[in-house]
Design a protein around this ligand. Sequence first.
Ligand SMILES: Nc1nc2c(ncn2[C@@H]2O[C@H](COP(=O)(O)OP(=O)(O)OP(=O)(O)O)[C@@H](O)[C@H]2O)c(=O)[nH]1
Ligand SMILES: [Mg+2]
Ligand SMILES: [Zn+2]
Length: 327
Amino acid sequence: MLTQSRDIYRVLTKDGEKLAKVSGKFSYEASENIDYPAVGDFVLLADGGADEGVILSVLPRASLFLRTAAGTAHEAQAVAANIDTCFITMSLNQDFNVRRLERYLTIAWDSGAVPVVVLTKSDIADDAGQRVAEAENAALGVDVVVTSAKQGEGMDALAPYLKPGKTVAFLGSSGVGKSTLINALLGEARIKTAEIREDDDKGRHTTTTRNLIYLENGSAVIDTPGMREVGIESGDTGHSFADIEALATECRFSDCQHDTEPGCAVKAAIDSGALDAKRLESYNKLKAEMSYDGLSARERETTKLNRMMAEVGGMKGYRRAIKKEKT
Ligand SMILES: Nc1nc2c(ncn2[C@@H]2O[C@H](COP(=O)(O)OP(=O)(O)OP(=O)(O)O)[C@@H](O)[C@H]2O)c(=O)[nH]1
Ligand SMILES: [Mg+2]
Ligand SMILES: [Zn+2]
């Protein structure tokens, strides 16, 4: 699925691009937002006449980046599906924010895709070195790439993730330069970009739809609209806060809240300067926000895969179904 505009989806089929809508049965059976096709999804398509297709189902997703947003009663939204790598894009100007980075990383690790931190606009940052170091400290075990689309810096460093057949999604706030980077990769100004606000470096929400675009080498990039709010539907702090969770195993009490308990290894690390107190605050906040009652994104997909396999007659039938329509 390449892009969506209201209830119309643009899908790529072996015969080229097609517009499609979901079938009546599909809408009837869909119980929540994320059941509907998302950019990057593989869908089963039936011919709906001249040039409109009918989407019968969404094939199980290898990865799914989910967030909740205000105004949707905190219902989960699928930002992109089947992505191999999430480029968590953040600019090195005023908009730079380590706490937001931790939030993105927590969601990304849960999505099933591998996160990479892409720092942008190195050409205009006053204290780029300091900010890059802060990002590296927060992004444990994650590659951090410093770029300037304006000066062509760091474009080579992005290449290893942009291999034929691989899909990368650009995620981040408005104005950080997601579309500008994609234009640089395309080698032409195909996507619209716009100047940011001068007073606070915030963007103007120039990109309004999620779009999958193929690069010349056969890799796919997904441009997304800048996110105002990145609520956590489900997250994985095991990777993004591996330092805190490792320390926590050393706390005297196994249910230590790292607050006032004696023998707290996390507090000790803060006292010794080994851990930033703000990072613990961030961790606690995200933990509180994450919904524990629901299934994680991956668990949901496994459930769906099992259900689908039963419907089409096991793995053989499933493979046959995929082969039939890979869109
Ligand atoms: N100096 C400098 N400016 C850049 C760089 N990359 C992007 N910009 C500028 O930042 C502004 C916003 O860029 P966009 O690519 O539209 O940002 P975006 O992340 O796609 O924003 P949304 O579509 O609103 O989410 C534009 O004026 C770009 O020219 C860079 O490397 N250096
Ligand atoms: Mg954009
Ligand atoms: Zn503790």
